[in-house]
Design a binder for this molecule. Structure first.
Ligand code: FMN
Length: 248
């Protein structure tokens, strides 16, 4: 649904930014993205701002059923450290989430991730589930990779390069939203074990790393209208000085 403004049904860029969201429900694997939509998402990536205009990304579009199935059979690798750090940031009620204004609600995660006391270790099935569980079902996965041998000039740890990849992500995501295409980032694809397996399946050389992967498609069930919170502007804006009045 595109009009002459180029942002589909959204009349304002601010509206589009607010509506962009993570679509975590299963997608219809038989409902393929129109070629024009894939093209539009890649075109959006193409025009992302990147440090030094280095355009430090390549995108692997995986829509072949056999290859998607092979990826789905890879075991995920959720570390105990991830579960602990994730737990520390969870909210356990909608009220708590609204009050904090950041983070995620615990019910989004498997029960074993919602408490500590060593319970996580007792449920290895959840920790090492197949990627298929993250991909649910989807007609296409896009994997954005970058060349670790290059970096923006004098950018320690390729900080500027990594920021640039975030711009690529946002351009793709906003475009998917305008096209009515659901998109979910799957960070598990960047974990070392998964990356190693994907190297074999997708012939990715050692010097190329995965920045992020996303699944795209059309929800096959009613989209989950979960609570999305953000901080009020005054909670993150500092005028002229970082210091809060009365503090050093
Ligand atoms: C770098 C990055 C990594 C993310 N990783 C995941 C992920 O692995 N799984 C997931 O469901 N969402 C992931 N997300 C989505 C965030 O959880 C989501 O953007 C945030 O909770 C705000 O929700 P919204 O996208 O609906 O506005 C990621 C987002 C970013 C920017």
């Amino acid at each position: 649904m595109t009009d002459s403004s180029g942002i589909g049904e959204f009349t304002q860029i601010s509206e589009l930014i607010r509506h962009r969201h993570s679509e975590r429900v299963p997608f219809d694997p038989g409902h393929h993205l129109a070629e024009g939509d894939v093209e539009a998402i890649l075109e959006a990536a193409r025009w992302a701002p990147t440090a030094h205009n280095m355009q430090n990304f390549e995108i692997i579009v995986v829509d072949d059923e056999a290859r998607l199935a092979a990826i789905g059979r890879v075991r995920g690798a959720t570390s105990e450290g991830f579960i602990r750090e994730n737990y520390a940031q969870l909210s356990f009620s909608e009220e708590e989430l609204i009050r904090k204004g950041t983070g995620l609600i615990a019910t989004m995660f498997p029960p074993s991730w919602r408490s500590l006391d060593g319970e996580a270790e007792e449920t290895p099935d959840v920790e090492h589930e197949l990627l298929d569980a993250s991909m649910h079902s989807c007609p296409v996965v896009m994997i954005v990779v970058y060349d670790t041998r290059k970096r923006a000039p004098a950018s320690e740890g390729d900080f500027l390069g990594i920021m640039s990849l975030g711009c690529v992500m946002q351009n793709m995501w906003l475009t998917a939203e305008t096209l009515g295409v659901g998109m979910q980032i799957m960070s598990v694809f960047s974990s070392q074990h998964v990356e190693d397996e994907l190297r074999k399946i997708l012939s990715i050389p050692n010097y190329i790393d995965i920045a992020f992967a996303c699944r795209l498609g059309y929800p096959s069930v009613e989209p989950d209208r979960y609570l999305r919170v953000r901080r009020e502007i005054q909670r993150f804006t500092h005028h002229n000085t970082y210091a809060v009045h009365g503090e050093d």
